[in-house]
Ligand binder design. Sequence first.
Ligand code: 13P
Ligand code: SF4
Length: 306
Amino acid sequence: MDLINQIKKLKKEKNAIILTHCYQNIEIDEVSDFVGDSLYLSKMAAKTDAEIIVFAGVFFMAQSAKLLSPQKKVLLPNKNSGCLMADMIDLENLKIFKQKHPNIPVVCYINSNAEIKANCDICCTSSNAVEVVRSLKTDKVLFVPDTYLGKYVESKLENTKVITFNGFCPTHLRIRVEDIEQARKTYKDALILAHPECHQEIVKRADFTGSTKEIMEFAKNSSCKHFIIATEKGVVDRLNRDSKLNNWNKKFTLINENITCPNMKKNTLEDIYQTLLTESNEIILDKEIIEPAKNCIEKMLQLKTN
Ligand code: 13P
Ligand code: SF4
């Protein structure tokens, strides 16, 4: 039996599901129950009645699934797949950041580890960051860890100052202004779609900025036939596949060949099979952070954004 069928058989035997982020290697979709962005997958993790969740994504995503379904076994296929941005903030520098700006609500991007979430007021994803900050009805917020998503949120709100921590995504920051200029020259009729983790100079020049889900929906619904995608390669691979499967007759080009997240790409089908077989790489959370970190995510989910 091939690996794909072995994984499917194991899933049935063990009452397991596989949640897959759109930045994963595309062949993983074949064994996945749900494929999407971080907001969608966190909602699916909260809803499922499977006993085991295999999270094909990065560490903070699997941790978030565990927070939302603490009674389930959550497994990460490759234990080295962490998010470089999430690892840029720890409890010590969060404390210093809060002390420097006292008495201001703290919003944390879902791309953060559980102990950070446990010490923030509310979580957001790139799909709902603007709505989450707006819901606080305050003139100032602290935003961790992504400085660029924080600045993007501020640009969308009229009366809110967003004070950002200095984290960033090394993958999205590899997209340069020259890439945009080159794409404009080479592909005159294409639209450029960017993720808000990109530098503001990229966001300023893009035709549309949105989360993974928003980019995919925009591309699907637009009458344009060619799109330059300024985010991770997995999004381009899935859009080109869906275009072929559904006869959209649309083409998607990655803005620059280097835009892959090395940690997202660490998970392989073999890792998924081994993890499920041996039930290894289980996410275990410290007891004292479960409640506050879970509250931080649930407050976001209760807003029913997107
Ligand atoms: P989404 O929230 O759009 O899924 O993005 C997650 C991420 O890690 C982007 O780099
Ligand atoms: Fe983290 Fe960037 Fe990879 Fe997203 S693309 S998981 S933010 S390192």
